[in-house]
Design a protein around this ligand. Structure first.
Ligand code: DX5
Ligand code: ZN
Length: 217
């Protein structure tokens, strides 16, 4: 199980230092949430931020587009050299066309599912996908409580096989990671748990938290 750090919760006035601390602590990748204030009631980041992050790290970067019309952003984020781009099943645009744009741009093709969207809805798309992001919370904000009712989706998705990666995003902490681990998700996207409540040095704390997440608490 890999741990990707969601930069939404990092110290935004010191992002580069945060990234280097995450690298040193052994995180497996970074996760950048882009929000348009329409698909979700919040606004976050954009292609320029993605470009600057990719410039200062060799860690794989997964981009999560919480936007109604992702097609206009795909070229601008894929050209930064990101590992994957996930759009939501619930977007306003043609999903096959958007998934094709990501694939043609050479990035891993990701699809994120809101808590109320069942896996059965995406069956016709799975062959096009490299990654499914199961949302553990309503998209839009960090620090929310995980909805355990979404965890059965990980079982269904893991049965698909064929190299499809399954990530869970939202609400992961030392209390919830045990259940997620039982479901054998491939990637944990973790924000506020990693970046809050440092009891020791930041580096030691990050190392300890990554150990807890990988060890299953
Ligand atoms: C929520 C975002 C998440 C968020 C996770 O809409 O997609 O990536 O940063 O934050 P935590 O780990 O605090 O739930
Ligand atoms: Zn996210």
């Amino acid at each position: 199980m890999k741990v990707y750090a969601s930069l939404l919760a990092c110290d935004l006035l010191n992002v580069e230092a945060e990234i280097h601390a995450l690298e040193e602590a052994g995180v497996d990748g970074l996760h950048i949430d882009i929000m348009d204030g329409r698909f979700v009631p919040n606004i976050a980041f954009g292609p320029d931020f993605v470009r600057h992050v990719c410039r200062v790290t060799k860690l794989p970067v997964s981009v999560h587009l919480m936007v109604r019309e992702p097609s206009s952003l795909i070229g601008m984020v894929t050209c930064c050299g990101v590992e994957s781009v996930a759009v939501h099943y619930e977007i306003d645009e043609s999903l096959p066309a958007v998934l094709d744009m990501i694939k043609c741009a050479g990035a891993g093709v990701g699809l994120a599912l809101n808590p109320s969207t069942e896996v059965s809805k995406i069956e016709s798309y799975v062959e096009e996908l490299d990654l499914v992001v199961v949302m553990g919370v309503e998209p839009g904000f960090g620090g929310q409580t995980m909805d355990y009712g979404v965890l059965h989706k990980i079982d269904s998705l893991k049965q698909i096989g064929g190299g499809l990666l399954v990530a869970i995003d939202g609400g992961i902490n030392d209390n919830t990671v045990g259940l997620v681990k039982q479901k054998e998700a491939d990637i944990l996207m973790v924000g506020s748990y990693l970046f809050s409540g440092y009891s020791e040095s930041k580096l030691d704390s990050l190392r300890e938290k990554i150990k807890i997440l990988c060890g299953g608490a």
